[in-house]
Design a protein around this ligand. Structure first.
Ligand SMILES: *Cc1c(COP(=O)(O)O)cnc(C)c1O
Length: 508
C-alpha cells in the first residue's frame, strides 16, 4: 500500500506565495527582460517531470517544482508593458483578483440554476456591461456569450450565419425552415437549392479560415474582396458580384481592426450602411471581427478633439451587424482565456447549439431572462470567465478603459511618427504625410528596415535585446515588424524611450 498523499495546503506559505505572485503581477514597471533566458528555458525543460510518479510528490514539493522550475521558464508577455507581440493584453489588478476567485470557487457556468449560484447572473450582467462599453443596445443583442477567445467567437459567428442564411434560403425555396444544426449542411443546402456557402472579407484574421474549416464551409471559400488601391477596404462592386453569384449563400465578415496594421475595413457609417444594404439585398449574414478594433468605440465619448476621429469612424456602424466578435484577453486586459460574442438572434443560436435530449440540463426557472450558456455556445461545462470581465469593468469603468486605450494609441502614434522620420526605417502601409500616419494609427505599428540585410534579421535582432518583443509578419512581399500595444501598464514617455533606444542601437 502506498501512503496517501496529503492534499491539505499549508495555509501560511500559501498566503506568502500568493503575496509574491501578486507582487509580480501588479508591479507596473518594465521587467528586466520580456522573455526567459535560453538557460532558464533549457533548465526548465530539462527538469520537467518526465513520467507519472507512482507516489505523488505531494503539494509542498509540487509547489516548489512549479516556482523553481516552471515559473522561470515562463515569459512576461502579459506582465511586462514592453511585450508588443501578437495582441497580448495584460491583466488588470481587479481582473487578476477575480480570476483567483474563479479558481478557488470553480463555478461551472453551464446551466442557469438561480437556486445554486449567482454565477450565470454575473455573466449575464458582465455581457450587458460590455454592450454598454461598446455602445450597443442591449435590447437588440439577444444572444451574448463569453467564449474562449476571438477564434471561438468567429466560429460562433459563422455558425450562426450559416444557420440563418441557409434556413432562410430553404424557406425561400418553399421548404419549411430547416435547421442546419438539426439536419446538417448537406440536407439544408439541397432543400435550399444552393450549391454552397462562402465568406467574403478583406484581409481576414486567420481564425476566420479556421472557423470556415471547422464548419464545413471550407477555408477555400473564404475570399478577400479587397479594393485595388487599398487592400484593407472592400471593393464594393466586386462584393456585389460575389453576393449575386447564383447558387451561393454568403456571410460577409468585416475586419474591424486588421491584425497586421490595426486598421479598419470600413471608414464610417455610410460605408457600413452600403455593406448592410448589400447584405439585405442578397440575404447575406453580416459578421464583424472586432477582436481588438471594437474597443475603438470606447473613444466615441471623447470631447470634440479630432485626435481619435479616424478610429471612431472605423468602428462606426457595428450596430448594424448580425454578429460581432470581440476579445477579452486582448484590450480588455483580462486573463486568458476570454472572448466575447454578440448576435441578434437567440433562436438561431439555440438552433445551432442546443443539446439534444438532455432534459436534465434544462434551466429550472421558467420566466427567466438568463439563457443557459450551454444552449447558446460551444461548451457545456466551462470556467466562470465572466467574473474577471465583470470585476475589471466595474473597477475602472468607462473612463478608466478610455484612458487606457488613449495611452496605448498615443504610444503607438509616438513610435510611428518617430519611425516615419528615420531614414533607415519605413512605416507600413506607406503614407504620404505624418498627418495621415497620425490619423490612421490605432494601437499597432507596422514597419520595416529599408536595408534588406538588416530587414531580414530585424525581428530577431530586436527580440534578442529582450528589452522589447515584436512580432514578425510580412507586408507587400517583404518581412515586417509589428508592435502591438495592448497592456494597461503603458507609459507613453517611458516606453517610447525604450523602443526608440532599441531601434536606434540597431542602425548605429
Ligand atoms: C487575435 C485575433 C483573433 C483570434 O483571437 P484569439 O483570441 O487568439 O482566438 C481573431 N481576429 C482578430 C482580428 C484578432 O486580432
Amino acid at each position: 500500500m502506498t501512503e496517501p498523499v496529503t492534499m491539505e495546503p499549508d495555509e501560511i506559505s500559501l498566503a506568502e506565495d500568493h503575496a509574491a505572485l501578486e507582487r509580480v503581477v501588479l508591479s507596473s514597471g518594465p521587467t528586466a527582460r520580456v522573455l526567459p533566458s535560453a538557460q532558464d528555458l533549457e533548465h526548465a525543460r530539462a527538469l520537467l517531470i518526465k513520467s507519472l510518479p507512482p507516489k505523488g510528490l505531494g503539494f509542498a514539493q509540487t509547489k516548489d517544482h512549479l516556482l523553481k522550475v516552471v515559473v522561470p521558464g515562463l515569459n512576461f508577455a502579459s506582465i511586462s508593458p514592453n511585450y508588443y507581440g501578437f495582441v497580448t493584453g495584460g491583466v488588470t489588478p481587479a481582473a487578476w483578483f477575480a480570476d483567483n476567485v474563479v479558481s478557488v470557487y470553480d463555478q461551472n457556468v453551464q446551466v442557469h440554476i438561480p437556486d445554486h449560484s449567482v454565477a450565470t447572473d454575473v455573466e449575464h450582467r458582465a455581457l450587458k456591461l460590455l454592450l454598454d462599453l461598446f455602445q450597443l443596445d442591449e435590447k437588440v443583442w439577444a444572444h451574448t456569450t463569453v467564449t474562449s477567445g476571438a477564434t471561438a467567437s468567429n466560429v460562433l459567428g459563422l455558425a450562426c450565419g450559416r444557420e440563418f442564411v441557409l434556413c432562410a434560403a430553404a424557406e425561400r425555396n418553399g421548404v419549411d425552415c430547416k435547421s442546419v444544426g438539426e439536419y446538417g449542411i448537406v440536407e439544408v443546402l439541397r432543400a435550399s437549392g444552393l450549391k454552397g456557402l462562402q465568406v467574403l472579407s478583406t484581409l481576414p484574421h486567420s481564425s476566420l479560415g479556421k472557423a470556415a474549416g471547422i464548419l464545413g464551409i471550407g477555408r477555400a471559400n473564404v475570399k478577400s474582396i479587397c479594393a485595388n488601391q487599398n487592400p484593407l477596404r472592400f471593393d464594393l462592386e466586386r462584393l456585389e458580384m460575389e453576393l449575386a453569384l447564383p447558387g451561393m449563400a454568403s456571410i460577409v465578415a468585416i475586419s474591424c481592426g486588421e491584425v497586421n496594421t490595426g486598421r479598419f475595413a470600413t471608414g464610417g457609417i455610410e460605408e457600413f450602411q452600403k455593406i448592410r444594404a448589400l447584405c439585405d439585398k442578397y440575404n447575406a449574414w453580416l459578421h464583424v471581427d472586432g477582436a481588438f478594433g471594437i474597443f475603438g468605440r470606447i473613444l466615441s465619448h471623447v470631447s470634440d478633439s479630432k485626435e481619435f476621429d479616424s478610429i471612431r469612424k472605423g468602428c462606426e456602424g457595428l450596430e448594424l451587424a448580425d454578429s460581432i466578435t470581440a476579445d477579452g484577453h486582448k484590450l480588455l486586459n483580462v486573463p486568458y482565456d476570454c472572448g466575447i460574442f454578440f448576435s441578434r438572434y437567440a433562436k438561431t443560436a439555440q438552433d445551432v447549439f442546443r443539446n439534444p435530449n438532455a432534459a436534465y440540463l434544462a434551466t429550472s426557472a421558467a420566466a427567466d431572462t438568463v439563457i443557459s450558456p450551454n444552449s447558446i455556445g460551444i461548451e457545456n461545462s466551462r470556467r466562470f470567465r465572466a467574473l474577471p470581465v465583470y470585476a475589471t469593468l466595474i473597477a475602472y469603468g468607462r473612463n478608466g478603459y478610455r484612458a487606457m486605450l488613449e495611452k496605448q494609441i498615443r504610444l503607438a502614434r509616438r513610435i510611428a511618427t518617430w519611425i516615419f522620420d528615420q531614414p533607415e526605417y519605413a512605416v507600413l502601409p506607406r503614407v504620404s504625410s505624418k498627418d495621415e500616419l497620425l490619423e490612421n494609427t490605432f494601437m499597432v505599428v507596422l514597419f520595416s528596415a529599408n536595408n534588406d540585410d538588416l530587414n531580414a534579421e530585424l525581428v530577431n535582432k530586436i527580440n534578442s535585446t529582450s528589452q522589447i518583443y515584436v512580432s514578425g509578419t510580412s507586408w507587400d512581399g517583404r518581412p515586417a515588424c509589428r508592435i502591438a500595444i495592448s497592456n494597461y501598464k503603458v507609459d507613453v514617455e517611458r516606453d517610447f524611450a525604450r523602443v526608440m533606444g532599441v531601434l536606434q542601437n540597431l542602425v548605429k
